[in-house]
Design a protein around this ligand. Structure first.
Ligand SMILES: [Zn+2]
Length: 85
């Protein structure tokens, strides 16, 4: 995951709450006749070049780049209270 701001391109109200979706690869052996699973290996995480991100506000799922790009298009404006007259 990149250390960049995210902004949900769907609801456009969330920059804070996200979830990363990862997939796992788990090998197993099956009995050819009964179909019973005989052996289950430990799950191995599949390395993804670009993780899938879910917005925890609207549940939208997209590639990480979509969230990063949206944040770049609409950066959060820092409101500075000016005391200069
Ligand atoms: Zn959203």
């Amino acid at each position: 995951m990149q250390d960049k701001p995210y902004f949900c391109p769907n609801c456009r109200s969330n920059r804070v709450k996200f979830s990363v979706l990862s997939s796992y690869n788990q090998r197993f052996l099956k009995d050819a006749i009964t179909g019973v699973v005989e052996e289950m290996a430990e799950p191995v995480e599949v390395q993804q070049t670009e993780p899938h991100i879910q917005c925890m506000v609207c549940q939208f799922v997209g590639n990480e780049m979509r969230f990063v790009k949206q944040a770049e298009r609409e950066p959060r404006t820092v409101t500075v209270v000016s005391s200069v007259y």
